[in-house]
Design a protein around this ligand. Sequence first.
Ligand code: ADP
Ligand code: MG
Length: 232
Amino acid sequence: MLELKAVRRAFGGIVAADGIDFSLAAGERRCLIGPNGAGKSTFFKLIMGLIKPDSGSIHLDGSDISRDEPFRRVQRGVSMKYQTTRIFPTLTVAQNMFIASPGGKLSEVAAWGLERLELARNTARPAGELSYGQQHWLEMCMALGNTPRVVLMDEPTAGMTPQESQRTAQFIKELGDRGIAAIVIEHDMGFVRGLEAPTTVLHQGRVFRHGSIAEIERDPDIQRIYLGDAHG
Ligand code: ADP
Ligand code: MG
């Protein structure tokens, strides 16, 4: 459903994406990990169209979207949940959802998300009054407004309680059952394990490893690249 072929993007002398090959099937979930500066955010921005590749191509359901502007990709079903919430705090939950809904019409899957994450009974509340975890959940529901084929989530559980984090993992699995794929950047290994998803490790703009989280965790080369990173 989503495919990257030999995608390269440099910033001056830094090659943030260095010939990335990647593919994801409909409804598949995937974890994306890697030390600071590995190129994870760049990878998302390339898929979203916020930056364009220098070479290589990106395909969605067989169409080349490499040169499409971000709004076109949203229309085609690419969605992103940003690391810092981008909700409108003074607007109500319902108003936030309205903004995220093409034509102002709540998508079926977004309505399901609101129910599932217990926001459906909070639609009249200003979004800024929700708990931190609920604000993240609201943004996840907003990311479902376009009935996406794939949702990119950048550290969705940052600042969540362990219980909220577990519910988020469960929610992402249920998205998969509905045919919506997810790629999740995350540092919290408890959450990553709970997601039970194949994991891709990026390092210096390249796909360094791909495997189950158990395989990744016992790989001495992975431990080495993380130890080389002061923030690891
Ligand atoms: P990660 O999200 O894995 O921490 P990034 O994708 O943010 O990594 O960055 C990968 C590398 O590319 C880093 O060395 C970063 O400094 C560099 N980089 C990313 N975006 C830019 C940019 N807009 N301008 C210059 N360098 C950038
Ligand atoms: Mg990043």
